[in-house]
Design a protein around this ligand. Structure first.
Ligand code: BV8
Ligand code: ZN
Length: 246
C-alpha cells in the first residue's frame, strides 16, 4: 500500500488529526515561500534578517514597506486546493487541530476555523510601544516594492509594527501551549509545506512521533525524519491534499 493510501487509512481511523502548515501550503496560491529569494528593494536582504525587531528599529520604513508589500500580495491571491482540502478534512474527522506558521489569512479564507497561529498575522498590526491594535484604513496601494513610513499609534504616538512574531521574539504563550498539547494528544500529525528549520514550531512533528502518532510530511523536498512512525510523501500540497478528500 503506498504512503498516500496509508495516510488515507490513518486519517479514516484518526480521533484527533493535527495539520501543521508552513509557507509551502501557500506556494500554489502564488505566494513566495519564506526562503524563496526576496525581490525588488529587498532582493539583497535575507528574510531572516528583516523579520527581526532590530531590523525594524534600524529602518522602520524598509521593514514596514516589506510587510505592506506582502499584505498587498496576499490580498491579491486566492486560497489554493491545499487550503480548501484542509478545511474539508476538518469536516471528515472527529477533531482536527490546524497549526500554522504562516502569517497570511488563506486558511481562514478557505474556511478553516480556529487555526493556531504560531507566528501571528499580517492582518493584525499593533503599536510597537503600547501594543494597541491598529486598524488598517485601506489595502496597500503600492505599485512596486518601496519603503513606507509606518503609521502612528492613535493612543501613544508610537510606531505601528506588523502583528507577526519576529526572530528572537517569543511566540504567543497560550497558542504555543495549545499547539504542543495537540501534538501530544493526536493520533495523526500531517506536516505540510515546511522546511522544519524554525523553532519551536519545528519540534511539533517530533513531539507527535514520540507519543506514537503517525506522522506524515508532505513536501516536494524530502524532510528530515528521525522516527520509524514518520513517513514522507514527496509532492505538492495542492496536488496531494485533494487526493485525501476526494
Ligand atoms: C523563539 C513571522 C524564544 C515573520 C516567522 C539558534 C540561533 C538563533 C536563534 C535560534 C536558534 N535556535 C532557535 C532559535 C530561535 C529561532 C529559530 O528557530 N531560528 C532558526 C531559523 C535557527 N526562533 C525564534 O526566534 C522564535 N522565537 O524561539 O523565542 C527565543 C527568544 C529569544 C532568543 C531565542 C529564542 C520565533 C520564530 C518565528 C519567526 N517568525 N514568521 C514573517 O513571516 O515575516 S518564521 C518564518 O519561517 C515564517 O513564518 C515561515 O512560516 C517560517 C518557517 O518557514 P517555512 O514555513 O517552513 O517556510 P520555508 O520557506 O522555510 O519552507 C517552505 C517549504 O515548503 C520548503 O520545504 C519547500 O520545499 C516547501 N514547498 C514549496 N512548495 C511547496 C512546498 N510544500 C508543499 N507544496 C508546495 N507546493
Ligand atoms: Zn501606542
Amino acid at each position: 500500500m503506498n504512503t498516500i493510501e496509508q495516510l488515507k487509512n490513518s486519517i479514516a481511523k484518526a480521533k484527533h488529526l493535527v495539520v501543521l502548515t508552513g509557507a509551502g501550503v501557500s506556494a500554489e496560491s502564488g505566494v513566495p515561500t519564506f526562503r524563496d529569494a526576496l525581490t525588488g528593494l529587498w532582493e539583497n536582504f535575507d528574510a531572516m534578517a528583516l523579520a527581526t525587531p532590530e531590523a525594524y528599529l534600524r529602518d522602520p520604513a524598509l521593514v514596514w514597506g516589506w510587510y505592506e508589500w506582502r499584505r498587498k500580495l496576499i490580498l491579491n491571491v486566492q486560497p489554493n486546493p491545499a487550503h480548501l482540502a484542509i478545511a474539508t478534512l476538518a469536516k471528515r474527522v472527529p477533531k482536527l487541530t490546524l497549526i500554522t506558521q504562516n502569517v497570511d489569512d488563506l486558511h481562514e479564507r478557505a474556511g478553516s476555523k480556529n487555526a493556531l497561529r504560531l507566528h501571528g498575522s499580517l492582518f493584525h498590526p499593533r503599536c510597537f510601544d503600547c501594543e494597541n491594535a491598529y486598524q488598517f484604513k485601506q489595502a496597500p496601494m503600492l505599485e512596486k516594492e518601496q519603503k513606507i513610513t509606518p503609521p502612528e499609534c492613535a493612543q501613544c504616538g508610537g510606531m505601528v509594527r506588523p502583528g507577526v512574531v519576529w526572530f528572537g521574539e517569543n511566540l504567543p504563550e497560550q497558542t504555543l501551549q495549545q499547539a504542543f498539547a495537540a501534538a501530544e494528544n493526536c493520533d495523526v500529525l500531517l506536516s505540510v509545506g515546511t522546511s522544519g528549520v524554525v523553532y519551536p514550531a519545528a519540534m511539533l512533528p517530533e513531539v507527535a512521533a514520540q507519543q506514537d502518532a503517525q506522522v506524515f510530511h508532505i513536501n516536494p523536498q524530502p524532510s528530515a525524519m528521525r522516527f520509524a512512525n514518520e513517513q514522507q510523501i514527496i509532492g505538492k500540497a495542492g496536488l496531494v491534499l485533494p487526493e485525501l478528500v476526494e
